[in-house]
Design a protein around this ligand. Sequence first.
Ligand code: GTQ
Length: 355
Amino acid sequence: MESPTATTAPVLARKDLPPDRRDLYTRLDARHTAPLWEVLGKIIPPEPTPDIVPVLWHYDDVRPLLMEAGRLLTAREAERRVLILENPGLRGQSRVTQSLYAGLQLILPGEIAPAHRHAAAALRFIIEGTGAYTAVEGERTVMHPGDFILTPSWTYHDHGNPGEVPVIWLDGLDVPIVNLFDASFRESYPGDSQPHTVPDGDSHARYAANMLPVDWEPARLSSPIFNYPYPRSRETLDTLYRNDAIHPCHGVKMRFINPATGGATMPTIGAFMQLLPKGFQGTAYRATDSTVFAVVEGRGRTRIGDTTYDWSPRDIFVAPSWAWVAHEAAGEAVLFSFSDRPAQKALGLWREQTA
Ligand code: GTQ
């Protein structure tokens, strides 16, 4: 058998090992084996021990930096002009949570971001500006603030801004999940933008009107709906707020669905929108899906573990797995959020607890 690797096994770095153990562990290491009894509590903890930490990005702090990047390089040069929202607990890993990636993407008037596809699936949540489009498999949708848009796994997509103002959105991708499985593929489309072959609004008519084409069978695991426009989501929350009891933790909270299955919009990432009534003082809950929240409307604050984060529109914050979370709203507020909940549910792992 080959010699041990140059770096010392972490267990051998311990100063307090009795000589006979050290001797055994050295020979274990030489055979690429390791003593489970030294690491069991770490690799199988009794409850989640996330490396990520709670974090909040004030939009007013990061927007100028994104605009500065906009002066420094074009969207075409960058391929995607994005500031990664990197969790301070996982520096250098391009992750917002253990399982998900997030970024803020800017496209300036007159720019395009060239077409490509990748195994990682993406969602877009529009934060600022209008007049830009995103295209998926030949169809375009114009992006408006509050819209929730899908880019399913392995679909060609590009973005363009024929409008007058900068457009900024939040990207959420399942990159760390794809990389956990070492299953990443990516390729460029031959040429900048894919041909615009499908009439605007086609998938909305075909899949988003509580009907499906009579013989339609799903071609992929994600929802066939391309854009979940904000006015419909907002009206739903408003109507249910007037009609329904409010959940003590979540206010009025809805999940976006795949109309063909009733399941989540994508197999790995679930998305949600919730209304917190004016003066709402939520009780605490915790769940195993670390969650990224984007503030759509209103001001409030969220206690995550021991710290309280004050938020206002366009701010983004993260609640780690199994941390206690409690929301409060000053005025009526709307939060968009996304997490790996569908992946956890598919694996039988997801748990939630209320105080
Ligand atoms: O828009 O296709 O934030 O490929 C990261 C990778 C956005 C995109 C990101 C991407 C994209």
